[in-house]
Design a binder for this molecule. Structure first.
Ligand SMILES: Nc1ncnc2c1ncn2[C@@H]1O[C@H](COP(=O)(O)OP(=O)(O)OP(=O)(O)O)[C@@H](O)[C@H]1O
Length: 246
């Protein structure tokens, strides 16, 4: 079976310092993969290399067999790659619905033609409303982002990513900054995402993340040092040494 994401020998240096060292990771379709590692281990850099926000020095990243290296981010999105950010990237003075529509508009290659956009607006509204419903914000479509709670904004970001109907979804610390209650809501939401979507998640909250993850990759100083099933990685002494602080 072709992997959903096939990362091979990926390297990235910042001013001589390696942030990603010969990283090879294979994620199969439908998998729920958790990426863990101490601060500065290279987790976000890895995501930026996958999305094209950063350019790799060497190595390959394939999405369902298509080479992404050298491809602009927008094209990667068209191939089915979506991500959420560690720091929320929303338009705070717009409505929730408008934010999701803007995410969809970004996906539309003919978005600069106003007539086309107008003609498609109804479709987009329906798609955006469906995505908001999917994350439990169906009744909040017309609210302004700045008037919503942090947890609701996190869910809005999910809606924006899901509206794009991604094949592979990268989640960068989706639980960061959330209250215990909100963590539960987002944790439950994660479980409702269909298997057609392969998920790779960076997360420090081990309670929720471990429940969700099937396989785990541990990064340390930019390198993959442990990888395996949830049970294997948790039981590995190197995980305890560098991450779980045992
Ligand atoms: N744009 C950049 N320019 C220079 N150095 C960078 C840049 N981005 C990341 N780094 C460095 O690369 C290394 C990996 O950083 P990265 O943010 O990927 O780690 P991380 O595992 O995501 O950490 P955290 O858990 O704190 O988010 C760090 O040493 C960091 O200082």
């Amino acid at each position: 079976m072709t992997p959903a994401l096939d990362i091979d020998g990926l390297n990235k240096r910042f001013g001589g310092l390696p942030a990603t060292r010969n990283v090879s990771i294979r994620v199969m379709p439908g998998e729920r993969r958790l990426i863990i590692g101490p601060n500065g281990a290279g987790k976000t850099t890895l995501f930026n290399l996958i999305t094209g926000d950063l350019t790799a020095d060497t190595g390959s990243v394939k999405l369902f067999g298509d080479e992404l290296v050298g491809m602009p981010t927008e094209k990667r999105v068209h191939l089915g790659l979506a991500r959420t950010y560690q720091i929320l990237t929303l338009f705070p003075r717009e409505t929730l619905l408008h934010n999701v529509k803007l995410a969809l508009l970004g996906l539309n290659p003919i978005r600069w033609n106003p007539w086309t956009v107008l003609a498609r607006r109804q479709d987009m509204t329906v798609a955006a409303q469906t995505a908001l419903k999917q994350v439990g914000l169906g009744d909040s479509a017309d609210r302004i982002v700045s008037e919503t709670s942090y947890g609701e904004r996190r869910r809005l970001e999910f809606a924006m990513a899901l509206a794009q109907k991604p094949k592979v979804l990268l989640l960068d610390e989706p639980l960061a900054g959330l209250s215990q209650e909100e963590r539960k809501t987002v944790g439950a939401l994660l479980k409702t995402i269909p298997r057609e979507v392969t998920i790779v998640m960076i997360e420090h909250d081990m309670d929720t993340a471990l429940e969700f993850a099937e396989r785990i990759t541990l990064l340390h100083y930019g390198e993959v040092i442990v990888e395996g099933t949830r049970a294997e990685v948790v039981a590995d002494p190197r995980t305890r040494e560098v991450y779980l602080g045992d």
